[in-house]
Structures are given as C-alpha cells and as structure tokens.
Design a protein around this ligand. Structure first.
Ligand SMILES: Cc1cc2nc3c(=O)[nH]c(=O)nc-3n(C[C@H](O)[C@H](O)[C@H](O)COP(=O)(O)OP(=O)(O)OC[C@H]3O[C@@H](n4cnc5c(N)ncnc54)[C@H](O)[C@@H]3O)c2cc1C
Length: 276
C-alpha cells in the first residue's frame, strides 16, 4: 500500500478556535494542511495523538474546505480529552469516509431536516450545504430539538438562519428548568412535525439524533405519508476502522461506515431492530 492509497493516512490539523455550544458540546475549528474535500454527511476519524480517535461528522458546509468544523459531545474517554484541548493543539484526522447525503436525489424536492442533541452536527452541515444552492430545492424546513434551552447548540447562529429566504426554522426543547429562559415551543422534536403542511410526494427528510428520537421522528414522518425511501437516517453505530474492515459497525448486512452512515429507512429488513 503506498502513501496515496493508504486509507488510514492521518492529517495533522491545528485547532484554531473552540466554541462552547452547550454544557456538553463544543465546536472545534480545524485548520487542515491543505483543503479538505468531503461530501456533507460523510464522517472523519478525528482524535488526539496518544489518546485515540473516533468518528465525527463535520458540522460545516462541504463548500468550506478549510478550516472545517466538528461539533463534539463529551461522552467518554476520548471526547473528554478533546474537550480539554486549547487553541493550537494538533488534532489528527483521517477520511472522509462513508457515503454522505445523495444531494442529487434531493434536487427540486422540499427537504425536511429533523434533529436532536449532537445530531444537529451533520444536519447543520447538510443545511448549510443546501443553503449554498437553495434555488435547487423546493424549500428547506428545519426542526431542531434539545433537552433544555441550555442544551440547544448553534444558538449564536439561529437568528441568521431565520433570515434565510426559503428556509423555515422550528425549534423546541423538551423542558425548561427553573432559571433558564425559553420563548419557543416546549415538547419533543416530533411535536414540531405534526403541524407542518408538507407535500408528502415531493418531500425528503433527513433525520439524526439519539436513537429514541430518530425512531419517533421516523414513525411521525411515515404517519405524515412520507415514503420510507424518502427518509434518510444518519446512523451512529460503534465504529472503529471506518473503512469496512473491522466489522464493529454492522447493521443487518451493511457496514455503517462503508455503506452508510446515511441510509434510507426502506433499506432495512427489520427497521424495529436498528434503533437499539
Ligand atoms: C458516523 C458517526 C458520526 C458521528 N458523529 C459525531 C459528531 O459529529 N459529534 C459527536 O459528538 N459524536 C459523533 N459520533 C459519536 C462519537 O463517535 C462517539 O461519541 C465517540 O467516539 C465516543 O468516544 P469516547 O472515547 O469519548 O467514548 P467512550 O469512552 O468510548 O464511550 C462513551 C460512549 O460513547 C459510545 N461510543 C464509543 N465509541 C463509539 C464509536 N466509535 N461510535 C459510536 N459510539 C461510540 C459508547 O457506547 C459509550 O456510550 C458519531 C458516530 C458515528 C458512528
């Protein structure tokens, strides 16, 4: 295997900015040695030397090739270490891997984006990428949810997104703890879907978030009349190699890393089993 075909080849990026999005999520702005080509929805294996790496989906538009942004939730060993880095730290990155969103299939359709928690990361990338060519789509509706107002990420950008012509942004939080301020809707993100007046024949949906949220959002979309082949799920499964060698991420007969992470609901034989 020469250096050009080495799928495990790592880049050394420099973290040039860190934004605290919520008590558990930070966005890291990574300057790459040269432009980094990826397709929205693809993922990278990012990490720290001597610590480890994990799969993360860039949260920035795929039209911005350098620096790229990754939003990371602190959930365990490696992500805790990443949350402690400072600007100037080297962050390793390999990839991009996986299929990404098939934007050609979204053309001239209405795109409904539904996300919760750190699932907003790949969906922010998708949304910003679609906005770049917004005239190619019938419209974009975004439904973002969080557990509490404090957990909602990208808060500093929401007002700008609301101004985008052709984009309709809806937000909800599950609950408002005492001391937190919230003027929007309260309830799980699926409550935002029901009142929407969508053209079910001409709409595709992209869903990402915690498994339970993805399950109920998918069921709501099916109830609204969307075809299973029009529901795109960004699946998070235990990944290690990222390139279809280690078999850790199999879902049914697929490798989530190679055949996904984006799947349509109709690809699964036993959809009930994919949420665990
Ligand atoms: C395609 C893909 C894209 C992802 N994109 C993002 C993203 O943009 N932002 C983000 O914050 N997270 C993302 N994740 C999840 C992220 O990879 C894990 O949270 C991270 O690897 C956990 O590392 P850790 O060492 O801190 O956790 P650990 O200490 O190893 O474990 C903590 C928890 O994380 C889970 N976990 C551990 N390793 C993985 C893994 N490789 N894949 C999935 N879950 C794991 C464990 O089940 C456990 O519940 C993505 C996962 C996949 C598969």
């Amino acid at each position: 295997m020469n250096a050009d075909t080495n799928v495990f080849k790592r880049l050394e990026t420099t973290c040039i900015d860190i934004k605290t999005e919520s008590p558990t999520i930070k966005t890291f702005v990574l300057q790459c040695p040269e432009d980094f080509e990826f397709k929205t929805g693809q993922f990278v294996e990012a990490g720290l030397m001597g610590v480890g790496e994990g799969p993360f989906t860039p949260s920035s538009s795929h039209y911005v090739k350098n620096p790229i942004e990754i939003s990371i939730m602190n959930v365990g060993y490696m992500t805790e270490k990443i949350h402690k880095i400072e600007e100037g730290t080297t962050v390793t990155m390999r990839g991009p891997y996986g299929n990404g969103y098939p934007l050609d299939k979204f053309e001239s359709k209405h795109v409904l984006i539904v996300g919760g928690g750190v699932g907003l990361a790949p969906l922010r990338s998708l949304m910003l990428t679609l906005v770049h060519d917004i005239e190619d789509y019938a419209g974009i509706t975004v439904c973002f949810g969080a557990r509490t107002p404090a957990d909602l990420i990208y808060k500093d950008q929401l007002d700008d997104w609301k101004q985008i012509n052709g984009l309709d942004l809806h937000l909800s939080v599950d609950q408002v703890p005492e001391g937190q301020e919230w003027k929007g809707k309260t309830g799980v993100v699926t409550t935002l879907l029901k009142p929407l007046d969508i053209d079910k024949k001409n709409t595709v949906a992209a869903v990402c978030g915690p498994p339970i949220m993805m399950k109920f959002a998918t069921l709501a979309l099916l109830e609204m009349g969307l075809d299973p082949s029009a529901i795109y799920l960004s699946m998070e499964s235990k990944m290690y190699c990222g390139v279809g060698l280690c078999r850790h991420c199999t879902i049914e007969h697929y490798f989530a890393c190679k055949d996904g992470p984006v799947f349509t609901y109709d690809q699964f034989e036993n959809p009930e089993a994919i949420w665990v």
